[in-house]
Design a protein around this ligand. Sequence first.
Ligand SMILES: NC(=O)c1ccc[n+]([C@@H]2O[C@H](COP(=O)([O-])OP(=O)(O)OC[C@H]3O[C@@H](n4cnc5c(N)ncnc54)[C@H](OP(=O)(O)O)[C@@H]3O)[C@@H](O)[C@H]2O)c1
Length: 371
Amino acid sequence: MASLRSVALKAVSGESWSHIVPRARALIRVRAFSATMSPPSKAVVYDHHGPPDSVTRVIELPPVQVKENDVCVKMLAAPINPSDINRIEGVYPVRPQVPAIGGYEGVGEVHSVGSAVKGLSPGDWVIPSPPSSGTWQTYIVKDQSIWHKVIKDSPIEYAATITVNPLTALRMLEDFITLKSGDSIVQNGATSIVGQCIIQLARYRGIHSINIIRDRAGSDEVKEKLKIFGADEVFTESQLEVKNVKELLANLPEPVLGFNCVGGNAASLVLKFLRHGGTMVTYGGMSKKPITVSTSSFIFKDLSLRGFWLQRWMSADKAKECRSMVDYLLNLAREGKLKYEMELVPFENFHSALDKALGKLGSQPKQVLTF
Ligand SMILES: NC(=O)c1ccc[n+]([C@@H]2O[C@H](COP(=O)([O-])OP(=O)(O)OC[C@H]3O[C@@H](n4cnc5c(N)ncnc54)[C@H](OP(=O)(O)O)[C@@H]3O)[C@@H](O)[C@H]2O)c1
């Protein structure tokens, strides 16, 4: 039997409401007597791919049954990440089938549990782990196996954002080169959440970071903030329009590992800093520009180019490991040892948060929806 939510989603996708509404009402009547139901939910849905600001809308979804292994979670907070935008645009390699609900990570409070659920009770805080689609809604009903209990006194904005970006930073520092205290890394996109986490997690291990940011108003202030997080050097791209960028490094060792989430010129700058035999890991493409690599980078510097995708890493049987790493990162955040800039935005203001996340208002902190 079709779930009530799928009935509502069919309506979103263009089926006429005239035959769906009586069907939904009938389902509600039948189920009201036979099973635990979730409250109705408000959700950001899209019924086809395209520009997120034109294809998304907030709709009401009817209650759904909470089956014996299900947990009904009242969402508390969920971020708008670049990959959420790419999923809606239809350019992300793995994306939910449309019509779909937006969002991929977040934190919520258990509202009710099915009769066979063990280890989770109403009031617990949980995150979907590994993350899964559909976090931009007020109530989610999913199997108990997807939920991971987190400590309740965590700041909600950190609990909501702890997986996609901090875990990427942690893995990338571990998985490519064995770094030791005193080594250096170089990265562009240093103002991103991943970038801010890389700076702090590197510093934690005694690893120096050389950071590249976009030219923007207030760049001196941004540099100061990143230095407070532990950045050794922060350069704007235009500051690096010099013959030999390495002369700017003073006493820092030449970096052995570089991270690129921008592409274009910003990627070339990461390559320029790398030492002979160094590796650049690409994990994002914010400028949408390709990476150009000189022939000499390969012949005379023997540089290696690699890529990282958290979703692939997590799908390789890493669910258990992923949860202990998330706990580790959330503990750092609770202790104030891992920080990043965020703006909390009430769910009602979804579209203004989306505009900021889309960059329509210039550089903005990470937008985190609160429900
Ligand atoms: N591969 C993976 O598994 C994985 C996992 C997590 C994240 N990511 C990727 O990592 C990147 C950062 O994600 P995030 O959530 O940490 O970012 P974020 O906090 O949302 O920040 C966005 C970043 O992108 C920069 N930016 C935005 N538009 C740009 C443009 N047109 N040209 C150059 N830079 C631009 C911003 O610079 P300003 O501060 O100057 O505005 C900021 O540094 C994204 O590409 C995301 O898709 C990949």
